[in-house]
Design a protein around this ligand. Structure first.
Ligand code: KIV
Length: 264
């Protein structure tokens, strides 16, 4: 695999090659995932739940994110490294720039932020200063208490229209990638076609430009509730690298996600 850049992801969309992203939080898994062919590694603030055992992502700090970003960056050479800006770390452009700089210095190539058109000014400011941005719409876990739970977003026509509007606003502001989480497949398909930038889905059906999974879900390292949109690739493949290679291939060949992992 050659080095993955934002330009390469754009070309992949244009050439209709699917992008496979997975979360990673340390060097060992980052190395295995990159060797398995993952194009992008996300240091997600999901680490608050899957590593720290919290019930939401809200307690994750910029320091937590910088620590795990540095660990991942030390384990990989070619994958694009995307790091989440955690809850309330990007409330205004100045705060966002300072915290994004911390993550970029830790080894990120791009930062991800949850939210709609209100982030436009911040995104423009970040990109002008050399920091690529990935947007995140749909079920944005930092707003779990506004949503009243981890729920599908965008089923009602008005909500779907708002998400489409936000997606366009983020692209116009300079975002170079967009994650769409837990939205109906049809809405994700429309947005993926409407935008020039790549759209990465999770619980967003098969018609986005790529997929992302939380590594614990892809490896079956979960207890209790297992979200509908995930798949345990380790169960069939026995070894971590083989499991993630199967995930990458299944995404590339349109076998994952299937209808059983998607919402209408
Ligand atoms: O924090 C995270 O892992 C994420 C993914 C679920 C997209 O944002």
């Amino acid at each position: 695999m050659s080095k993955i850049t934002t330009a390469r992801l754009l070309t992949m969309k244009q050439e209709q090659q699917k992008i496979a992203m997975i979360t990673a939080y340390d060097a060992s898994f980052a190395t295995l995932f990159e060797q398995a062919g993952a194009h992008a590694l996300l240091i997600g603030d999901s680490l608050g739940m899957v590593l720290q055992g919290e019930s939401s992502t809200l307690k994750v700090t910029v320091e937590d994110m910088a620590y795990h970003t540095r660990c991942v960056a030390n384990g990989c050479e070619k994958a694009l490294i995307v790091a989440d800006l955690p809850f309330m770390s990007y409330s205004n452009p100045e705060q966002a720039c300072a915290n994004a700089a911390t993550l970029m210095r830790a080894g990120a190539h791009m930062v991800k932020m949850e939210g709609g058109d209100w982030l436009a000014g911040t995104i423009t400011q970040l990109t002008r200063q050399g920091i690529p941005v990935c947007g995140h719409l749909g079920l944005t876990p930092q707003s779990v208490h506004v949503f009243g739970g981890f729920k599908l977003q965008g089923r009602a026509a008005e909500q779907a229209a708002q998400i489409k509007h936000d997606a366009q606003a983020l692209e116009a502001a300079g975002a170079q990638l967009l994650v769409l989480e837990c939205v109906p497949s049809g809405l994700a398909k429309d947005i993926s076609r409407m935008l020039n930038i790549p759209v990465i889905g999770i619980g967003a059906g098969p018609d986005t430009d790529g997929q992302v999974l939380v590594m614990q879900d892809a490896l079956g390292l979960t207890s209790g509730y297992v979200p509908k949109f995930t798949k345990n690739f380790l169960a069939e493949h026995g070894q971590v690298q083989a499991a993630i290679a199967a995930y990458v291939t299944d995404v590339a060949e349109g076998r994952f996600p299937g209808p059983e992992h998607s919402f209408n």
